[in-house]
Structures are given as C-alpha cells and as structure tokens.
Ligand binder design. Structure first.
Ligand code: 5GP
Length: 117
C-alpha cells in the first residue's frame, strides 16, 4: 500500500493487474526484470507480503528476509553471474526509494562503480 492506501505498482504486478517480465515466483516472493534497467541484468526481488521498506520489517519477517537473499543467490547461480553481482535496498528518501514496497535490486552484467554515494 502507498500512503493513500492504494496498491503499489509491485502489488499490482503480484496480483497480475499490471504486466511485468516475471523471471521466477514462489509462495513468498516474485522476481521481475526492472522496467528501467541500469545494467544488463537488473532484477527486483519482491516479497508478496506487504512490507513497505526494510526499516518496517518485523521480527516475524526474519525468515522471509533470509529467503529473499537466498533467492538472489540462487538467481546468480542459475544465471552464471560468476563475475559478480550487487544487491541493493533503497530505504527512504535519502536512498531514493521510489516504490514503498520492499524490494532488493539484483544488478549484474557490467563493471560497477563504488562507492554508490
Ligand atoms: P527503488 O527506487 O524504490 O529502490 O526502485 C524501484 C524500482 O522499480 C526502479 O528501479 C524502477 O525502475 C522499478 N519499477 C518501477 N515501476 C516499475 C514497473 O511498473 N515495472 C517494473 N518491472 N519495474 C518498475
């Protein structure tokens, strides 16, 4: 939900109200290609549970959070990202969070700059 109590774009994608390129899905999460990729591989790992951002996760969410990371590891393995990949979570305005539904960016396929700030 966003601040107006409406579904976010990710909830609409999960509910199949908006199309997206879904690369994987299970009972806890969905993996989609970012609509505006910043690298050859740019995947969003999105929990089905409505958690606005990592700062608002609760102790009940601990297993789900671990699952999201494990999905990232499995994606990297099956897509042969041996050269490396980056996982990013933007939390809040300073971090440029734009969709208030928790998601992990999995970015790969090019040499990336560091630091990102
Ligand atoms: P944030 O800035 O919140 O960390 O990241 C939100 C991401 O969602 C952005 O990278 C943006 O390109 C992506 N995004 C926003 N709307 C859509 C959409 O409708 N479909 C897909 N596949 N990605 C989206």
């Amino acid at each position: 939900m966003n601040l107006n109590g409406e579904k976010t774009i990710f909830e609409k994608i999960i509910d199949r109200e908006v199309p997206a390129e879904i690369v994987e899905e299970d009972e806890h999460c969905i993996l989609i290609r970012d609509i505006n990729p910043c690298a050859p591989v740019h995947i969003l790992i999105i929990p089905k549970k409505r958690v606005p951002r990592i700062a608002e996760a609760e102790s009940d969410d601990e297993a789900m959070l671990g699952h999201l990371l494990f999905m990232a590891k499995k994606f990297a393995e099956t897509h042969h990202l041996e050269q490396g990949f980056r996982l990013v979570i933007n939390n809040g305005p300073h971090a440029q969070e734009t969709v208030p539904h928790l998601h992990i960016h999995l970015i790969a396929g090019k040499w990336m700059a560091w630091p990102p700030c």
